[in-house]
Design a protein around this ligand. Structure first.
Ligand code: F6R
Length: 616
């Protein structure tokens, strides 16, 4: 949520910042802006709307100067206007600042600053922070200019309640940026004679692969020649420089129309990467490098607790199903945002798993810290190496699917399902699953990428179905057992990118209320597995058909569906029960994608959304 970028070097900063903003846009796209330090003053260009709009404004392109900051906004305080766009400049003109997060005590600070003569042009909490900084800078004793700048930022942040990732410029310090983080991600890129700051590696990957992941409560002071890291309490920190292990092409469209399309079709490879090296030598179980938990510790766990938000929460529900079904250990699942405040009684021998693609979702991070504070071991399933959740967890499993840029999660979600299946196998083989059942499970998981490839061949047929259904306003998605969370995921995918209202329900639950919605105008998408649930799901379909509801069935190949029961049938390959949620997800991703395209929606940047929700 909100993208941040900064540059100090020898090149024209505005060009580098604008290119970085383009790559960061998926984190927020309400407005964008740049501020460049030049000739002892700021040149600022900012605009409501997309980065393209800012790039077209001649002022943004023309700005010269080699030190600058830029921002893409996802609005919290104040509407989407040019004035509310970042960067903000203090009313004395000395400080320019960009911010990701929320300043909770901004109202009181603003009252104070008004009494001191500071003025405001926007409705944002960020401009308040910017003016408070100018106030402290003014009062800070004039020791060496650089440290005066740094110390005034440090002092200011001590008065702030809330979350922030900030980058700040000062007119007295021509080639310097001070940045700090608390609750919002911030990365320092160490380039060849230049330094960059970003909320996300995608913004800087074209210039450097060497990065320092700042931790919460840390600040960085960048000068033309060097950088130093310290804490808010002025303790020096020795930096650890990491290397990013993906390439610029991973964050590009490579011929696809949208990142969502690219990421759907990348899934076979993504799943291969997610399972690489994760099978035991005897081929009967899974293995993980980073769980930091021994088999005997796992055996003592009486309950697991899975937490996440959005699609990742749906992945938790599938993990619950798989672990309970195969490992026979009870699992609790919670929305991270609710867990944090619910203060529920928790069993002692519990182990927590947090699932998060970005590893920066603030609700998930806060819930993880809460579980940790209560003394529990916390493990993460996470895609972004170096993310806050990845680093703060006691151990975990990386998804290894490369950057996910489309706002709607696709490859990250299916890889979370794959990892959940690996985990269920791993835990099951520590308990009652036999060697031969383990071997069969492993073979099934190894075959998943090819089954996904086969399912993707359905894309042209699904596109035709999508065209015929795109103009309905309401949908139900219905499934049972592990396909109920897939129904939730299907409904979420459809609503978030096409803005069509959709609800996911357990198929049998439909008759306890939602059936009232059924008419010729409200189609249902049914997940129909072969096996014991087949006849039950068919009965639910009959109930819909009796009320003239249209049905799209996503049915396993061997399901012998009664003639005429479904209006459209999408046949998915037969597969192992642990793999079924992955295979069943692919058609709903495609269906949602093609409906959104048919409706000419902005698929990768759906309205009101942003990737990685770093505000509460
Ligand atoms: C939906 C989607 C979101 C995320 C949720 C959690 O397509 O992408 O619902 O799943 O915001 O994000 P992460 O996994 O980054 O914690």
């Amino acid at each position: 949520m909100c993208g941040i970028i900064g540059y100090v070097g020898k090149q024209k900063a505005s060009a580098i910042i604008l290119e970085g903003l383009k790559r960061l846009e998926y984190r927020g796209y309400d407005s964008a802006g740049v501020a460049i330090l030049h000739g002892g003053r700021f040149e600022v260009a900012k605009k409501a709307g997309r980065v393209d709009g800012l790039m077209k404004s001649t002022s943004a392109q023309k700005i010269t100067g080699t030190t600058g900051i830029g921002h893409t906004r996802w609005a919290t305080h104040g509407g989407v206007t040019d004035a509310n766009a970042h960067p903000h400049v203090s009313s004395d003109g000395k400080i320019a600042l960009i911010h990701n997060g929320v300043i909770e005590n901004y109202a009181n600070i603003k009252k104070f600053l008004l009494t001191k003569g500071y003025t405001f042009k926007s409705e944002t909490d960020t401009e308040v922070l910017c003016n408070l900084l100018a106030y402290h800078y003014e009062k800070e004793p004039a020791v060496a200019e650089g440290s005066r700048f740094l110390e005034s930022v440090r002092k200011t942040l001590r008065h702030i309640d809330g979350t922030y990732g900030i980058a700040v410029l000062c007119t007295d310090c021509p080639a310097e940026i001070v940045a700090a983080r608390k609750g919002s991600p911030l990365i320092l890129g160490v380039g060849d004679g230049e330094y960059m700051l970003a909320s996300d590696v995608s913004a800087i990957i074209s210039r450097t692969q060497n990065v320092v992941y700042l931790k919460d409560g840390e600040m960085v002071h960048i000068t033309a020649k060097d950088f130093s890291i310290s804490t808010l309490d002025a303790e020096d920190i020795s930096p650890v420089i990491d290397t990013i292990n993906w390439k610029i092409e991973d964050a590009e469209l490579n011929g696809y129309a949208h990142f969502m399309e690219k990421e759907i079709f990348e899934q076979p490879t993504a799943l291969e990467n997610a399972m690489r090296g994760r099978f035991s030598e005897d081929g009967s179980t899974a293995q993980f490098g980073g769980l930091n938990t021994t088999a005997s510790e796992f055996r003592q766990i009486e309950r697991f607790h899975f937490l996440a938000c959005g699609s990742a929460w749906h992945a938790c529900l599938i993990a619950e199903h798989l672990i309970e079904r195969f490992a026979r250990v009870p699992v609790d699942v919670d929305y991270a945002s609710e867990f944090r405040y619910r203060n529920q009684p928790l069993a002692n021998s519990k182990l927590f798993f947090f699932i998060s693609q970005s590893g920066e979702t603030i609700d998930t991070l806060a819930a993880m810290r809460e579980a940790k504070r209560k003394g529990y071991k916390v493990l993460a399933i996470n895609n972004v190496v170096g993310s806050s959740i990845g680093r703060e967890a006691d151990g975990g499993i990386y998804q290894h699917v490369g950057p996910e840029i489309g706002v709607a999660s696709t490859k990250a979600f299916t890889s979370q399902l794959l990892i959940s299946a690996l985990l269920a196998l791993y835990l099951a083989r520590m308990r009652d699953m036999s060697f031969s059942d383990g071997v069969e499970f492993v073979q099934a998981l190894k075959g998943t990428p090819d089954l996904v490839r086969k399912t993707l061949l359905l894309a042209p047929a699904i596109k035709e179905i999508a065209k015929r259904y795109a103009h309905y306003h309401d949908f139900l998605f219905l499934g049972r057992l592990s396909l109920f969370p897939v129904a939730l995921e299907g409904a979420l995918k459809l609503k978030e990118i096409s803005y069509i209202h959709a609800e996911g329900y357990p198929a049998a639950e439909m008759k306890h209320g939602p059936i009232a919605l059924i008419s010729e105008q409200c189609p249902s998408v049914f997940f129909v597995p072969s096996g014991e649930m087949f006849t039950k799901v068919v009965s639910s379909m009959q109930e819909i058909k009796a009320r003239k509801g249209k049905i799209i069935a996503i049915a396993s190949e061997q399901c012998d569906l009664p003639d005429g029961l479904a209006d459209d049938v999408i046949r998915i390959p037969e597969c192992h029960e642990a793999v079924l949620p992955i295979i069943a997800t692919v058609p709903v991703q495609l269906l949602s994608y093609y409906m959104a395209v048919e409706l000419k929606r902005d698929v990768d940047k759906p309205r009101n959304l942003a990737k990685s929700v770093t505000v509460e």
